[in-house]
Design a protein around this ligand. Structure first.
Ligand code: ABT
Ligand code: MG
Length: 149
């Protein structure tokens, strides 16, 4: 079953939006299979944002992600990678549609509340980077046959 990596960034935690954000994915029907509240090391932040390492905003991004705790999560379900990106909304919250998390709660591209893997391969890389196998729980869709046709 498809899985994605989602991370509520420091701004989402500081603004008290953890419950609201988790609620959207739960209500949609996706299955939570991993969750931890954690401080992020510089090494982990740099590895996570490795694709952006040549970009001018890279250092600020690493400083931001390591500045305060985050909520790291793995969610499971058919099409969850692309669907979660839709629920999250456009990278720049000012362009994000109302009804998306960034559209409803965000104001700044560098403070856009939550990260979501942008492709299935990226999700696999990010899940392996942030979670060990024993931190992930296999329990969901097999016990919820009403979710899928
Ligand atoms: P992430 O889910 O955090 O990866 O965001 P998203 O995939 O929507 O957008 P990308 B392009 O991956 O942005 C990564 C982080 O870099 C910030 N950023 C991006 C800037 O600050 N300035 C920019 O010009 C761009 C393109 C936004 C993202 N994170 N934060 N915080
Ligand atoms: Mg990205």
């Amino acid at each position: 079953m498809e899985r994605t990596f989602l991370m509520i960034k420091p701004d989402g935690v500081q603004r008290g939006l953890v419950g609201e954000i988790i609620k959207r994915f739960e209500a949609k029907g996706f299955t939570l299979v991993g969750l931890k509240f954690m401080a992020v090391s510089k090494e982990l932040a740099e590895q996570h944002y490795d694709v952006h390492k040549e970009r001018p905003f890279f250092q600020g991004l690493v400083e931001f992600i390591t500045s305060s705790p985050v909520v790291a999560m793995v969610w499971e379900g058919e099409g969850v990678v692309a669907s979660a990106r839709k629920i999250i909304g456009a990278t720049n919250p000012l362009n994000a549609e109302p009804g998306t998390l960034r559209g409803d709660y965000g104001m700044d591209v560098g403070r856009n509340l939550i990260h979501g893997s942008d492709a299935i391969e990226t999700a696999q890389r990010e899940i392996a980077l942030w979670f060990t196998d024993s931190e992930l729980v296999n329990w969901g869709p097999t016990q919820k046959p009403w979710l899928y046709e």
